[in-house]
Design a protein around this ligand. Sequence first.
Ligand code: ADP
Ligand code: MG
Length: 379
Amino acid sequence: MVDITKLEKIVNKTRKIVEKSKEELYQLGESARREYERTKYELDSVKKQISEIIREVEKLEEEYMKARLYLMEVSREFKKYSEEEIKSAYEKAHEKQLELLSKREKEKMLRLTRDHLERNLKNLEATIKRAEELIVNIGMVLKILGNDLELISVEIGEIQQRQALGFSIIMAQEEERKRVAREIHDGPAQSLANIVMRAEYCLKLMELDPCRVREELMALMEMVRKSLQDVRKIIFDLRPMSLDDLGLVPALKKYVEIFQNDCGIFVELTVLGVEYPLESGQAVAIFRVIHEAMTNVKKYARASQVVIKVEFLKNKVNVLVRDNGVGFDVEKVFSEKQGKAFGIIGMRERIQLLNGRFEIKSSPNRGTEVFLSVPVAAR
Ligand SMILES: Nc1ncnc2c1ncn2[C@@H]1O[C@H](COP(=O)(O)OP(=O)(O)O)[C@@H](O)[C@H]1O
Ligand SMILES: [Mg+2]
């Protein structure tokens, strides 16, 4: 048998791993997004600094230009200016020049930083996009995995159920065969052996006491008749031919008659509604279940009376078999027999195979009630 719990374990483990990967991926995506925000903020601030520094550089260039012009003027008209003034003009120009150089250097650095940040940002953007795609993909994988695995486990469940179904039905059939073998062994087989012996005796009598042969032959005939009856009963139990030819109710009537004669329990058969032909599988299953219920009555119930009710409704057939016998503890029988109550399990499974409903109710000294309901095509 397929071990469904093992498979389920594997399935769950796989799902967990994939789910964990999804979670990790999500976290990766999240940290990339945070990094992206941070980088973007930094970039904005660098860009601001750059535009500031550009303004500063422009201003400085102007100031430097002015300082140089002034210096040129002072140098040209050096007689007009004191040495002090010339020196200061020169220093001022030089200072502005240095300042300008340093600012330009700073601008260059900032531009480099900006380019670097922009590249980072692009990479982060790609990472985030990739993570999102992967999360979607993994989500899809999980969905497919989940659906398929669910389907698989449903399928396995069904297979197992079918296996179990088949198993109990086979066991019930095996029980039935045992019963038939025993019946033939105890009944007709013994009678036939007896008949052979009596026939031999008749042969002897023909020589010794011919007058008694007639009497003996009469007894022999009676034995043969009884054996024939037994054989017919066994054949009927195996498969009532009237089930196919005449339908469920006539087969039941015949069965009830034999049952009553056989074990002296009064059976009341009631048919409600008008009988309509059932599919052969349905008729056989219903008959088998009633048969098994009645066999149990005979074997265990010690009942004096059985009621069989068959109800033909528009879209289903209901059957009730109730005895007034000793009853039994259903739960207890099932737990003690640990699924070996093949008779009852077989009944339930036959009905389940027809998508029907099966119930057995019983309690000690309260009798037993077997109920079944099988859906049929609406008429
Ligand atoms: N009508 C009944 N009255 C009393 N006991 C019953 C009746 N039907 C079933 N049982 C009890 O339930 C048990 C299980 O029945 P079943 O599944 O048909 O198995 P089996 O007939 O092989 O014992 C029986 O052994 C018997 O103890
Ligand atoms: Mg039984």
